[in-house]
Write a protein that binds this ligand. Sequence first.
Ligand SMILES: Cc1ncc(COP(=O)(O)O)c(C=O)c1O
Length: 382
Amino acid sequence: MSAVEARPPFLPWNRPSIGPEEEQEVLDTLRSGWLTAGPKAARFEQAVRDDLGVEEAFAVSSCTAALHLALLAVGIGSGDEVITPSFTFCAAPNTVRQVGATPVFADIHPATLDLDPAKTAEAITGRTRAIMVMHYGGQPCDLAAFRKLADDHGLLLIEDAAHALYARRDGIRAGSVGDLAVFSFYANKVITTGEGGMLAGRGDLVQRARLLGRHGIDSSVWQRHGTRSTAAYEVTVPGLKYTMPDITASVGFRQWEKLPAFTEARARIAAVYDRELAGLPGLRLPVVEAGVEYGRFLYPVLVEPIGDRSRDSVAEEMREAHGIGTSVHFQPVHRLAAYRHLECHLPVTEHAAARQLSLPCYPAMTGDEVQRVIGALQAVWS
Ligand SMILES: Cc1ncc(COP(=O)(O)O)c(C=O)c1O
């Protein structure tokens, strides 16, 4: 062995799993002559619709696009309020601001880090139009409680299920309860198309979103292809362009088929972490509530600051000394420059956000890589 031990390659926080099925499907699309939204996007939408048991699904260019379309489709705008967590990615509150409405941040539950129904109820005002929940890390929030809260107050329920593509609570699939739900297929998500998203839910609302997401044109280019003059269309509303091309959808529906296997692989890694990392002082492992089938986008731990050790020092030591990537989910949105003017009292969010760290947990990890993460954390704690 050389005097200087070779360091193993950097282990990223996340890595996609793309197989020959996706490669073959993309090749098929590239050779088909039809690259934009067409039969492959329709096939992806049908798979999502069937699996979730919802009326409609619309494949779009990102989850952010799906969020934007959801708000436009239900007509939320100036003067309206939408309740969301601050402990989320900026995409949801940003789209609320983009349509001229105001995000109102409610605090999260200390165990699951999901939006707290009681805190949400306290945030409802005469201007509230919708509750936009987020299933943190893939753990569905209390869907029954939120459905009831929304119904009792005549509000729309929108599920940001970017993290929860294959998750259930009490047997109910995340993404199937809201009036609308959005999913992300961004590069680091449970499944990926590089960039991509899906809007699913009530037929009337998704159809409205579909119209708005293809320029406001009354038919798709695929529907017109070969049957009508390409100029035979009407623009009924001034829309945007958010459709998912077939190249992307080819990857998407092949990845979607792998959701159960990917989730199982992540659950196996999580079980090893649960066992091997238990008992490190000040390290809180993820809490999974009874009745939850965790979608497992994240393996989120909380690092209690003790002495010199903090979340940031652990992340740095993992990276610098052990070549292992971690991530933070999330910087609370109300602390970001574009939101600091909003008055917020979110003690649970602040507490979690200062401590949260996401460990590598994805199907492409080998057993040795899982052990490497465990060994590195044990070394950091020693
Ligand atoms: C909770 C949440 N919602 C929405 C998004 C936006 O997803 P996309 O990048 O597909 O627009 C993300 C992305 O990380 C997210 O974490």
